[in-house]
Design a protein around this ligand. Structure first.
Ligand code: MD3
Ligand code: FE
Length: 221
């Protein structure tokens, strides 16, 4: 059965529903969209990270990433000295990645639908953990088999300043604050825009402590 996206917020009054902000031609920031489900999301995340711990992957260029990374779902994103790709197996455990929790699949499906992308069924969820000072340099996400599906992100913990660029690395970037519980849907013409995250500022989030965790839901295969 597909996750039911329409009942997730059925008990919320319309005026209390999360606010949607258009940040690109086909990109939407859904403020606080995940907050009603946060106490289901966090234990599910703990279960995943117990089976597939965060690790600092090494890029093909030989640099260790400042973010700690793991995945769940049928495919997980990996990098090593041979390149960037998706794999059905966690290279640390040699086992399949932990399954995608139902609450993750339903949340991503619902956020995508809210932004106008029907039938979004992620087969991969990339988990990035940032401690203060960690960052992600400007890049494009091109390792997925197709770019038709959007990418859906969920931000947890400390705030981030997200950089939303253009189609060339040197294009001017827009700066967008991403807060705990915010979700963003990046699709269509915006799917291949350069993007990154400025170094996370020192701080302590009341629920997650001194870290930011970002989940990106993808159709990778
Ligand atoms: C815009 N992660 O894992 S999520 C990544 O906050 C990544 O951890 C960032 O970029 C983070 O690849 C940003 C938001 C995001 C993800 C994919 C995009 C924005 C995007 C693809 C195209 C355009
Ligand atoms: Fe990215």
């Amino acid at each position: 059965m597909q996750p039911n996206t329409f009942d997730l917020f059925a008990d919320h009054e319309p005026e209390q529903r999360p606010r949607a902000e258009q940040i690109g031609e086909q990109s939407w920031l859904l403020h606080g969209f995940a907050l009603p489900l946060i106490e289901q999301i966090l234990p599910a995340l703990d279960t995943i990270l117990a089976a597939a711990p965060l690790r600092h992957m090494v890029t093909p260029g030989g640099f260790s990433m400042s973010v700690g990374t793991s995945s769940c779902g049928a495919l997980g994103w990996i990098t090593d000295r041979y390149g960037y790709r998706y794999s059905g197996v966690d290279p640390l455990s040699h086992l399949p990645w932990p399954p995608m929790p139902e609450v993750f699949a339903a949340l991503a499906h619902s956020a995508a639908a809210q932004a106008g992308f029907a039938d979004f069924n992620a087969d991969s969820c990339l988990i990035n953990r940032y401690v203060p000072g960690a960052k992600m340099s400007l890049h494009q996400d091109k390792d997925e088999k197709a770019y038709i599906a959007p990418i859906v992100s969920l931000s947890l913990g400390l705030p981030a300043m997200f950089l939303f660029g253009g189609f060339n690395r040197s294009d001017k970037s827009q700066r967008i604050a991403l807060l705990h519980g915010d979700m963003v849907v990046w699709g269509g013409v915006d799917r291949l825009r350069f993007h990154g995250v400025l170094p996370i500022k020192q701080g302590r989030h009341p629920r997650l402590g001194e870290q930011r965790i970002n989940l990106t839901f993808r159709v990778a295969g």
